[in-house]
Design a protein around this ligand. Structure first.
Ligand SMILES: [Zn+2]
Length: 383
C-alpha cells in the first residue's frame, strides 16, 4: 500500500513539472509535424516527450480510423486484431495481455497523447523522419505515395508558407471549425445563382460538376473558377449503370471529367465526388484506380436532402443543415462537409444557410488540396 502511495506521489510530482514546462511550449508555434502519405496533418498539438513525438490520441485515431473506446478508467485501442489498453489510474499500458515496459501513451493535463511512431507501426504503417523539417511521415508501401525526396521538398515549401499563418487554434471555438459548402450536379442556371450568392456573402464553395453539363456551359465553369471556388468532377454521365459498370468505366468517367476541368479552368482537379456517394458503389478495384491516378474522394458529413423539397420548402433545407452542422460540431468534427445541389430550391435556401453559419461564427472555406481532409464513407485513409 505504502509503495503505491509513494509511486503515485512521484508520478504527480513528475507530471506537475512536465505540465509546467509543456504549457509554455504550447503557447509557441508548432515546431514538430506529422505527415501521412503525401500530406501534412493538422494536430492541435504535437509534443516531444522523452525524445518521441506524441499527438492527442483522439485526433490521430480520427485520422487513421482507429476505434478508441472508453470504459470507466480504461481506454481501449483496437485495430487489425490488436488491443492496446491504458489504465488512467495505474497508467499501465497493456498490449494483447502483456504490460509494456515503456510508455507510448502519456496523460498531459487530463489529455491522452500517444507516440506517433508506436501507433503507426502497430497498425501496419512505416515511418520516416525528416530532420530538417522535424516531420515524421507515416506511410504504407501498398498505398501510392511520392518518394521521400519529393515529400521533403513538398513539406519544406508548405512549412515556409505556413510561417505567415497565425497562432494555433482552439478547437472549442466555432471559428476554428471549417465548413465546406459543396454543390453537386451542375453546371446549370442555378450554379450561376449560387455563385452570385457566395460572392455576396464573401463565402467560398466547392463544386462537383458533371461532364455532360460542362460541355454546354463552359462560361459558367469559368465564372465559378474565377471566383476562386474549387471545382472537381462528379463523373461524366451520373448514370449509375454506366459509372459503376466496371473499374475501367469508373476511372474513365473521372478522368474525362477532370480533363474537361483542366481544359476549361487550367486546374488539375484531384478531388472528386462520385455520384450517389462512395458506399456501396465504389469497389476495392475502383479505390485502387483512384489511388493510381492520385485522386482524393469526398463524401459528406451533413446531407441537406435539398433534392427532396420544393422552392417553398427551402427553410427545411436550412433546418437540415443547421441540425446536421450542430450535431457534427458537438461530436468534435472540425471540418464539416455539407452536401448541396445546384437546384432551384437550394438557391432559395443558400442565403439563409450562409447567414446562419456566419452568425454562429463558423469558417466557410473552399477545398484546399494542400490541407486535404479525409471524408469518405469507405473510411479509406488514402483517399
Ligand atoms: Zn449527384
Amino acid at each position: 500500500m505504502k509503495k503505491i502511495v509513494f509511486a503515485m506521489c512521484t508520478m504527480l510530482a513528475i507530471s506537475l513539472v512536465f505540465s509546467a514546462s509543456l504549457s509554455k511550449a504550447a503557447d509557441k508555434k508548432q515546431t514538430h509535424h506529422v505527415g501521412l502519405h503525401d500530406r501534412l496533418l493538422d494536430f492541435t498539438e504535437v509534443r516531444v516527450i522523452d525524445n518521441d513525438m506524441k499527438v492527442p490520441l483522439d485526433e490521430i485515431a480520427k485520422v487513421l480510423y482507429i476505434p478508441v473506446e472508453q470504459e470507466s478508467n480504461m481506454t481501449y485501442i483496437r485495430k487489425r486484431g490488436i488491443e492496446i489498453s491504458y489504465n488512467e489510474v495505474t497508467q499501465q499500458i497493456v498490449k494483447d495481455g502483456v504490460e509494456l515496459s515503456w510508455v507510448p501513451i502519456v496523460d498531459v493535463d487530463g489529455k491522452l497523447f500517444i507516440s506517433v511512431k508506436y501507433i503507426a507501426r502497430e497498425i501496419g504503417f512505416k515511418t520516416e523522419y525528416f530532420q530538417k523539417q522535424q516531420t515524421l511521415r507515416i506511410y504504407r508501401d501498398d498505398y501510392a505515395h511520392i518518394s521521400h525526396t519529393e515529400y521533403e521538398k513538398k513539406i519544406q515549401q508548405l512549412l515556409e508558407k505556413s510561417k505567415t499563418v497565425v497562432s494555433p487554434i482552439k478547437p472549442s471555438q466555432k471559428s476554428a471549425v471549417n465548413v465546406y459548402l459543396t454543390f453537386d450536379d451542375g453546371p446549370n442556371q442555378f450554379t450561376t445563382i449560387n455563385n452570385k450568392t457566395l460572392k455576396k456573402y464573401n463565402a467560398q464553395g466547392t463544386f462537383f460538376f458533371l461532364g455532360k453539363h460542362m460541355k454546354n456551359n463552359e462560361n459558367i465553369v469559368k465564372a465559378v473558377a474565377d471566383e476562386g471556388h474549387y471545382i472537381g468532377t462528379h463523373s461524366m454521365t451520373h448514370d449509375k449503370n454506366k459509372v459503376y459498370k466496371s473499374s475501367t468505366a469508373f476511372i474513365n468517367e473521372m478522368n474525362e471529367g477532370t480533363k474537361l476541368i483542366l481544359q476549361m479552368t487550367g486546374q488539375d482537379a484531384k478531388l472528386l465526388r462520385v455520384p450517389y456517394g462512395s458506399k456501396p458503389h465504389v469497389t476495392p478495384a475502383m479505390q485502387q484506380q483512384l489511388n493510381k491516378h492520385n485522386y482524393k474522394m469526398w463524401d459528406w458529413d451533413v446531407d441537406s436532402n435539398d433534392w427532396k423539397y420544393t422552392d417553398k420548402q427551402a427553410d427545411k433545407i436550412t433546418k437540415n443543415v443547421r441540425t446536421g452542422v450542430e450535431k457534427a460540431y458537438k461530436s468534435g468534427d472540425r471540418d464539416i462537409i455539407i452536401l448541396l445541389h445546384d437546384r432551384s430550391q437550394t438557391t432559395k435556401a443558400l442565403p439563409q444557410i450562409i447567414e446562419w453559419l456566419q452568425q454562429e461564427g463558423y469558417t466557410i472555406k473552399t477545398y484546399e488540396p494542400t490541407q486535404h481532409i479525409i471524408q469518405n464513407f469507405l473510411q479509406d485513409t488514402t483517399l
